[in-house]
Write a protein that binds this ligand. Structure first.
Ligand code: GLA
Length: 673
């Protein structure tokens, strides 16, 4: 039977022997079966350059093996020891302002520095040789949340090498970066450097290539470790935990191809309903990345989440009672091979001493530890779903390069927010009960019934061809403003927007009309704020128009039939309610009135109940997560369940079941024929 992993980051090096001994007992009580060990322990494992001390780790891994707890053993390279910075100051990262950082926190490294690369390989080789056959080892966890940028001389050299491979000669680079603008033309490769602090707006193509380069440079660093770990024992899976934030330059689509399972950390930035929506977003993204993992079955794992308070400077979010279980099961429902936390036991001191743990400062006699035990008891009951697929109703494009490009300060509206646009589409689909895969159109697209393309700014010719092919084969595509506008260098495609998608959408946008924070018009679909466009029809039919403002009478939503499918273009920014109604009402004969009204009754998630399915042949597992305070009566037949289904969490019949406010159920049975 498949296993769902349950546990968290375990830092025995922070605790005396009696606490370590208590920990294994508590882990057994909670049902923990996997802990991540050693993430930041380099300075203890190699206290002096080339001198190792593995005694404490040997004892801990043996103790965990005896207790039946598996280990995701980390390589500790995210936190080089103090001696490393003292011996190799050139390997410390340099900020965009030219400040060389020094030891004192974590993540202070430069992946392009040869001394850092060599030191990493030495410690990883030592760990691989010593522990690859250890009975506790289940998984190698490389590094931690790759993401430190550097503008050092090493970075300059590596960046130039990367640029030569991408562009070939210097003239091609000049062309790709439009260096004719503001006299930036390069005449010597040696003058090309990483984009440091500069007087005014930076060259956006330069910055975009730097972010691509950082992702590849960090991937090389990960791959060097992966190669060492695999040569010790190819059977032990290798991964690295991916973080999500605009400081992260990792292109996870590419990285996933080099992982045995995708590992993600998820920290919602807001409480309540928004946290539930963000949890579903993170999980759907991880499952989608995992489609590129070479192993079958889209394997991925939630490696970190908060058990209680998430505190980072400028952000404090607490988990309300019940959320620990609901958020964890939302991840499992969407495909995670378990639910892990940062961290097992809350630290007493150090920079994250106020960050929550599965065992809080108060100890095991606490609400949080009781919820941890509750979750530990529930997970084995749903482990049968671990290999079942997650059927989806729609796909949404997600492109980190468009995200990076739209982060440039030189775009026409300071409010442009690629992540916000993608999140909004996901949120309204989530609220209407649709489960979503993310895709990037650099590969042929799956035949899902609906594909939403929010603000896909950079579109290559290949991607445009895949999008057209999806529609021609019968798909329904909806593109939103700023899609298709630029080529992969960020250069505007002239002749009318949306550039690469003009032909597919059957429209030609003459003019963008950004007006941050301003109500621009009333339309057939609802009020438009902040962004609209002057659209000319070149084959598409208008479905909804502006009713007021400068563009009164002109199209705001168009429909173009192409092959056996339809391509829609929405040229304005709508609020959640209007966008949700539009996406719910799309159809070959839909009128503006259909698209404004939306579905007659809100579906379950609209009322705060999240319903996600897993399927394996005729068997199904339906996760019902009640994020509201009110009881939710389940209707198994309307969910497509044949008679006889049960709730696996309470061992009761699904028929007549009510999920209490804040509660969860996992209905299991056969699908109605
Ligand atoms: C990240 C890191 C952890 C910890 C948590 C909480 O996800 O991987 O080490 O710092 O954030 O801030």
């Amino acid at each position: 039977m498949s296993v769902l992993w349950f546990g968290g980051d375990h830092n025995p090096e922070q605790w005396p022997e009696e606490v370590r001994a208590e920990d294994t007992g508590l882990m057994r009580r909670a049902g923990v079966n996997l802990v991540t060990v050693g993430v930041f322990s380099w300075s203890l494992l190699e206290p002096r350059e080339g001198e190792f001390d593995f005694g404490w780790l040997d004892r801990e891994l043996d103790r965990l093996a005896d207790a039946g707890v598996g280990v995701a053993l980390a390589t500790p390279t995210a936190s080089p020891p103090p001696w490393f910075g003292a011996a190799h100051p050139d390997a410390m990262p340099v900020t965009a302002e030219g400040v060389r950082l020094t030891h004192g926190s974590r993540d202070t490294y430069d992946v392009t520095a040869p001394a850092y690369q060599a030191a990493c390989e030495r410690i990883v080789r030592a760990l691989a040789e010593r522990y690859s056959a250890h009975p506790a080892l289940r998984l190698w966890h490389v590094h931690n949340e790759y993401g430190t940028w550097s503008h050092s001389a090493h970075a300059d050299r590596a960046f130039r090498g990367w640029l030569r491979k991408r562009h070939g000669d210097l003239e091609a680079l000049n062309e790709a970066w439009t260096t004719a603008f503001w006299g930036q033309h390069y005449s010597d490769w040696e003058h090309v450097r990483t984009p440091r602090a500069t007087q005014y707006l930076a060259n956006p193509a330069h910055v975009l290539d730097f972010r691509r380069f950082l992702s590849d440079a960090m991937l090389d660093h990960y791959l060097a470790q992966r190669t060492i770990l695999k040569s010790a024992d190819p059977a032990v899976p290798v991964t690295t935990n991916l973080a999500f934030g605009d400081w992260v330059p990792v292109d996870a689509w590419k990285w996933a191809e080099h992982m045995d399972l995708v590992a993600v950390d998820d920290y919602p930035s807001a409480p309540g309903a928004e946290a539930a929506a963000q949890t579903a977003f993170a999980a759907d993204l991880a499952r989608s990345y995992a489609a590129r993992v070479p192993a079958k079955g889209r394997p991925w794992l939630l490696t970190e989440q908060a058990a209680g308070v998430l505190y980072t400077p400028g952000r404090t979010v607490s988990k309300a009672p019940g959320e620990l279980v609901r958020h964890s099961l939302s991840h499992v429902a969407r495909g995670s091979r378990g639910a892990m936390f940062f961290q097992w036991r809350a630290s007493r001191g150090g920079a994250e001493q106020w960050y929550s743990g599965m065992v809080p400062h108060a100890g095991p006699d606490s609400r949080i530890f009781r919820e941890v035990c509750e979750l530990g008891a529930l997970l084995p009951r749903v482990a049968g779903a671990a290999d079942a697929r997650v059927p989806v109703d729609a796909a949404v494009t997600w492109d980190p390069e468009s995200w990076w490009a739209m982060g440039a300060a030189s775009l026409p509206d300071a409010d442009l927010d690629y992540l916000g646009a993608v999140r909004q589409v996901h949120r309204v689909l989530w609220r209407s009960g649709r489960t979503v895969d993310f895709v990037r159109p650099d590969r042929p697209l799956p035949p899902v019934p609906l594909l939403v393309v929010p603000s896909l700014y950079l579109v290559s010719d290949t991607a445009a061809a895949h999008l057209a092919d999806y529609v021609e084969r019968g798909g329904t595509l909806v593109a939103t403003p700023l899609s298709g506008i630029a080529d992969p260098h960020g250069t505007v495609r002239t002749g009318g927007h949306p550039g690469a998608l003009r032909d597919l959408l059957g429209v030609r946008v003459e003019e963008l009309r950004p007006a941050p924070d301003t109500e621009l018009s009333d339309t057939d679909l609802g009020t438009v704020r902040g962004w609209t466009e002057a659209v000319r029809l070149t084959g598409a039919e208008p479905v909804a128009v502006h009713r007021s403002g400068d563009l009164a009478g002109q199209p705001v939503l168009t429909r173009n039939r192409r092959g056996s499918g339809t391509a829609w273009y929405l040229s304005a920014r709508l609020d959640d309610a209007a966008l949700g109604a539009l996406l719910a009402g799309l159809g070959a004969r839909a009128t503006a009135a259909d698209l404004r009204a939306g579905p007659a009754t809100p579906s379950a998630p609209e009322a705060g109940v999240e319903v996600v399915r897993r399927e394996d042949g005729a068997l199904t597992w339906i996760f019902v997560l009640n994020h509201t305070g009110a009881p939710y009566p389940v209707a198994p037949a309307s969910l497509g369940l044949a008679p006889g289904a049960v709730d696996l969490l309470t061992d009761t019949a699904a028929e007549g079941l009510t999920v209490p406010g804040g509660g969860v159920a996992v209905l299991h049975g056969r699908l109605s024929p």
